[in-house]
Write a protein that binds this ligand. Structure first.
Ligand SMILES: [Fe+2]
Length: 356
């Protein structure tokens, strides 16, 4: 037999059609891949494009194959199954609202063992946030905590930023004003993946925190306001930040979908967005849709409210979870948060390694 493709007749891959070249470049073993990094030791683009399968058998959890270029090898059936069905060890996202239990973790336990760290990271990926208590209420503690998870992203604000009320601020975060639910830094390329906000002091009246699951809001819009959902998933909006030495701009949809139509990213920041000049019919729907999304993102139905007290860190997925705070009175006490950004590479990659 010499076949371009085969149909597996048994086991978990039963009924699956597999193509010769696709299989050939998945052969395992030291002859084909470097055992240290699992990278190919050959250039797959140079394989015979008319390659055929001469023989194959499924045995002992492996698919053993002989190819027409004289190469024989095997592939794990389980690994093939996982790849074909896009099975990832990083848990699926759970949609939540105000009725869900707040995900709180203790800093003294998270890094005690890999099991605790795994539980925290799993919850972070399921819910898009984690509240950490019992950290030191000291400057730079947010960097120390973040660097246990991955490299901190330095921006034009430096490695960390101080959220503190100050005169002539270059961002509304540095005032005592209320901040409605929003994404941070939507004008950056790429938008920061994960934000950590650490509380050093929160002695003012007001200044309570809130988080909202942007995916939950997007799902509500999808099923209750289809026309709004469609315009928000189709319109690229420009986000802009102006400072004395830099003007940052980035375009994104308020609800970004992946190629399968799943929620990929939520971007909402009403103080910084500039919708393109669409025709009046589309602009009319867009403005109604954005207003509806704003109302949902700030409604009690979706928001969890909590006080970020001294020594606590709010760590959230800035591509999914929106955050906000109530206004505070700086005359009633000192309020000082420090924040920084890390990338999903660090946490997602670490979790995948822990779950392997
Ligand atoms: Fe923010």
């Amino acid at each position: 037999m010499s076949l371009k493709e085969i149909v597996i007749k048994e086991g978990i891959l039963k009924g699956t059609t597999l193509y010769s070249l696709w299989l050939r470049e998945r052969l395992i073993g030291d002859e084909f891949i470097d055992p240290n990094n699992l990278q190919r030791l050959y250039e797959p683009s140079l394989l015979d494009e008319n390659l055929l399968i001469d023989d194959y058998i499924v045995q002992d959890k492996f698919l053993s194959i002989s190819f027409s270029d004289g190469v024989k090898g095997k592939i794990s059936v389980e690994e093939l199954y996982k790849e074909i069905h896009s099975i990832d060890t990083v848990p699926e996202k759970k949609i939540w609202d105000k009725n869900d239990k707040i995900q709180v973790f203790d800093n003294s336990q998270i890094f005690q063992n890999t099991e605790n760290l795994t539980q925290m990271l799993k919850a972070f990926y399921e819910y898009g946030y984690a509240i950490i208590k019992n950290t030191k209420a000291e400057e730079n503690e947010v960097i120390h905590f973040a660097e246990k998870l991955g490299p901190v992203r330095t921006t034009n604000w430096g490695k960390l930023f101080n959220v503190i009320s100050k005169p002539n601020p270059n961002d509304l975060a540095y005032t005592a004003l209320e901040l409605k639910s929003h994404s941070d830094n939507p004008y950056r390329k790429p938008v920061p993946g994960i934000q950590l906000l650490h509380c050093i002091a929160n002695e003012s009246t007001g200044g309570d925190s809130s988080l909202v699951d942007g995916f939950s809001v997007a799902e509500y819009l999808k099923f209750n306001h289809r026309d709004f959902y469609e315009i928000l998933t189709q319109t690229s909006v420009n986000f802009k930040f102006t400072d004395v030495d830099v003007i940052l701009e980035n375009k994104s949809k308020l609800i970004e979908l992946d190629t399968d139509g799943n929620f990929k990213q939520i971007t909402f920041s009403g103080r910084l967005d500039y919708v393109p000049l669409l025709n009046d019919k589309h602009l009319d729907i867009f403005y109604k849709a954005r207003k509806c999304m704003y109302e949902l993102c700030n409604s009690d139905q979706f928001k969890i409210k909590f006080r970020l007290s001294k020594g606590m860190i709010a760590m959230f997925d800035n591509l999914r979870t929106l955050h906000g705070r109530t206004k505070f009175d700086p005359n009633t006490g000192f309020r000082h948060l420090q924040g920084c950004y890390i990338d999903h590479d660090a946490t997602e990659g670490k979790l995948r390694r822990l779950l392997k």
